[in-house]
Design a protein around this ligand. Sequence first.
Ligand code: NAD
Ligand code: MG
Length: 391
Amino acid sequence: LKEDGRRGVTILGSTGSIGCNTVELVEARPDLYRIEALTAHSRVEILAGQARRLKPRLAVVADESAYGALKDALAGTGIAVAAGPAAVVEAAQLPADWVMASIVGAAGLAPTLAAVRRGAVVGLANKECLVCAGALMTAEVAAHGATLLPVDSEHSAIFQVLDATQPQAVEKIVLTASGGPFRDRTLAEMEGMTPEQAVAHPNWSMGAKISVDSASMMNKGLELIEAHHLFAMPEERIDIVVHPQSVIHSMVSYVDGSVLAQLGSPDMRTPIAYALGWPKRIFAPAPRLDLAAIGQLTFQAPDSERFPALRLARTALQTGGSAPTVLNAANEVAVQAFLARRIGFLDIARVVEETLETVEPVTPSSIDDVLEQDLRARRCADAIIARRGKR
Ligand code: NAD
Ligand code: MG
């Protein structure tokens, strides 16, 4: 804590869905928090508005072509302005006590790592960076005395009900999945689904990439790998159950047969507030849970025939080494291609599978190795997509 007793906060990806919710919670408690730095990709208008209200020391756009617009928008405010991926890393290096990692995709790896390396408390929304570089990330966290607090709602739930003092008492972790917008669709129907249909999630309002991941259930596959790293839990002790209402956010089963769950409305402000206030709880303006109004909570087994991404993620985690890195990179490329209407919805999992079959898994020993495998997988997925387009 800084001299005035307030927690210094940096938000990496402040203009996104998670970022804007975090800004809202921070803004509501000027007595608890002050903002050190804000970063975004290119949405200058939103970033500049946040910066004018919250007065960070530094505001950064990753996209260099947006520098001039940001500089003009913040002229006369005294807020330092910078641009480019290296400047995002520099923002993460400023001495904030608490850092929200809410950049989407492996682009968040370097800045998240920079925050970890100075021993910060990191609220981790950016699951892709744990999928991409899990073992090395957790080693860096341990080496630098950093703290990773899960922001993903499922992992926040587990974190809240997991008794870390007796890991041997934990039998398994159960991740709940909404099943996404295509939960009850047939494979034939899914083949023709558009980006608009894929991003229309029934319960959660989120960025485009994670919305498509929810529709393919790759999101749950990424979360399986995320849970494995966050809670040191072997793959075979992490179950997935489909729970369409998204009220139970996840569960932990203990050796005595007890199952502990965390419940709440599907509103990310709750898990963000848990991480932001940790180890205390702070107010979040999420709708209150009204179980009588909801009436029923239902559950079903996940269907890996219709949602092959679940099987691909489990296999990648079992294979280990760079397989999860390749899975994540290929998925990022395929989701972008789907959003750009270059491939169909079911092609996403096909591209990921073909990339996993093509790129030989290795055991990365450094972050640079991981980034090299990430790049190899991206090139391979690009080539597969280009070939599919020519058919
Ligand atoms: P979003 O697309 O709404 O926001 C992404 C943010 O990252 C934006 O601020 C954007 O400017 C920034 N960004 C994008 N590309 C960048 C780049 N190359 N360099 C620097 N910054 C870049 O996404 P979101 O829904 O807020 O999700 C963010 C992360 O949180 C994802 O990893 C997602 O899986 C995870 N997450 C989101 C939710 C949710 O409800 N939205 C829930 C759980 C986990
Ligand atoms: Mg989640």
